[in-house]
Design a protein around this ligand. Structure first.
Ligand code: HEM
Length: 401
């Protein structure tokens, strides 16, 4: 997600000078080449820092504080998770509703992502992953993000919502315009998306099916039918929430495995390790960052937060916190501690976690069975992107056929 070149703001009087960092969370220094290294540099400084970009905001850098803020909506409201404040016309639901308003919106989603429902998708997802890989395997190379990592989650979204599979490139193009485009493209994408979804929503309203889209269209909030704005908001949060997050996690994993024959061999030799590998990769390569807004003045760890200030909560740093994990930067499939902050905590904990884990597991399983050894194509430099989601933009892989 790109937000243009932001101006710096002046440090307010209550922010001590030694807590100020020259760090743009949407464009950390050196981040396009080494995203995790760029973020980790913050661990050399104080636990809580203040950055002068995007209107000026705090960043919590340690796992214990990231976990605390994820669980504590009062005074750390989710009401506007982007920075600077008020840059979107409508709010995201259930993401940007605090309890108790949050509950009814969350209840619309939960049944569609239960372990049983997700397990029923397993054969489909497995087949789809296999088919995608078979499509480019004989070529000996692929651009991993566009040819695999984005294709898998968008296809699953089409399946969950029972939208025609042939429309998936179109919907994917709109979502990429929305997350990566200029302000004009984002506006245009919004209209294109509405033009596409409008007639479908009308049809499901008249003739509901057994799918997520029908479920949302016919949902009730506090006993009354959901209004059109909120309905679209829930639908788009599911679409966006499950796309770049999963794609980028797959990208980070593929990038890591391309450079680590030992880990590839370990997973091939003992496929039972794949389950713990999913947790370990999720910890280390956490893709999703969001902001909180203070609903009142609050003093925490000796720092004075003021009402309406923003705090950035980056789970990417929780996974790299040496205080929380021994040898935090290492990927260790046998690590005893499987817990992490990457799916959030508390009421907003990611409802798509089970689905995301399934996608990652099947990627590892189906990929390594077909392409056991691979590397970054010589001459190609992987490109990382930053923003609300820590992204892999481009990753060209190659293997011997
Ligand atoms: C690797 C993949 C994923 C990661 C890392 C991830 C991460 C997160 C996190 C951290 C939150 C909580 C927001 C916060 O505390 O800042 C969240 C919420 C959410 N995620 Fe995910 N997510 C992933 C995949 C998915 C998928 C596959 C879906 C659905 C298809 C999904 C749908 C949602 C929705 C709807 C919410 C809002 C929940 C609420 O506000 O109650 N996510 N996700």
């Amino acid at each position: 997600m790109h937000h243009g070149s932001p101006g710096k703001v002046v440090r307010p009087a209550h922010v001590p000078a030694h807590l100020v960092v020259d760090f743009d969370v949407y464009d950390p220094p050196g981040g396009t080449k080494d995203l995790h290294g760029a973020w980790r540099a913050l661990h050399d400084g104080p636990d809580i820092v203040w950055a002068p970009y995007h209107g000026g905001h705090w960043i919590v850098t340690r796992a214990e504080d990231i976990d605390y803020l994820q669980r504590t909506h009062d005074p750390f409201s989710m009401k506007d998770v982007t920075m600077p404040s008020g840059t979107r016309p409508t709010r995201l639901l259930p993401l940007e509703a605090d309890p108790p308003e949050h509950g009814p919106f969350r209840s619309i989603i939960n049944p569609w992502f239960s372990p049983r429902r997700i397990a029923s998708l397993e054969n489909d997802v497995q087949e789809l992953a296999g088919r995608l890989i078979d499509g480019f395997q004989p070529r000996g190379t692929c651009e991993f993000m566009s040819e695999f990592a984005l294709q898998l989650p968008i296809a699953i979204f089409m399946r969950l919502t029972n939208l025609p599979m042939q429309d998936r490139e179109r919907l994917l193009a709109y979502t990429q315009m929305t997350t990566r485009g200029t302000a004009a493209e984002r506006g245009q994408a919004h209209h294109l998306m509405m033009d596409y979804l409008g007639p479908v929503i009308k049809a499901r309203r008249a003739d509901p099916g057994e799918d997520l889209l029908s479920g949302i269209v016919h949902a009730k909030v506090g006993g009354a039918p959901i209004n059109d704005t909120d309905m679209m908001s829930v639908l788009l949060v599911i679409l966006f929430g499950g796309l770049d997050t999963v794609a980028s996690t797959l990208g980070f994993i593929a990038h890591f495995l391309a450079g680590s024959p030992g880990h590839r061999a370990q997973l091939r030799a003992d496929p039972a390790l794949i389950r713990s590998a999913v947790d370990e990769f999720m910890r280390r390569f956490s893709p999703s960052n969001t902001a909180r807004t203070l609903t009142s003045d609050f003093s925490y760890k000796g720092v004075q937060f003021k009402k309406n200030e923003k705090i950035y909560v980056p789970p990417i740093l929780a996974g790299m916190d040496e205080r929380r994990y021994t040898d935090a930067l290492a990927i260790d499939f046998c690590r005893a501690d499987k817990t992490h902050s990457s799916f959030g905590a508390g009421p907003h904990r990611c409802p798509g976690a089970i689905l995301a884990q399934l996608e990652i597991k099947l990627f590892l399983q189906e990929w390594l069975a077909r392409i056991p050894d691979f590397h970054i194509k010589p001459g190609e430099t992987p490109l990382f992107g930053t923003g609300q989601v820590n992204c892999v933009e481009r990753l060209v892989l190659a293997w011997t056929v």
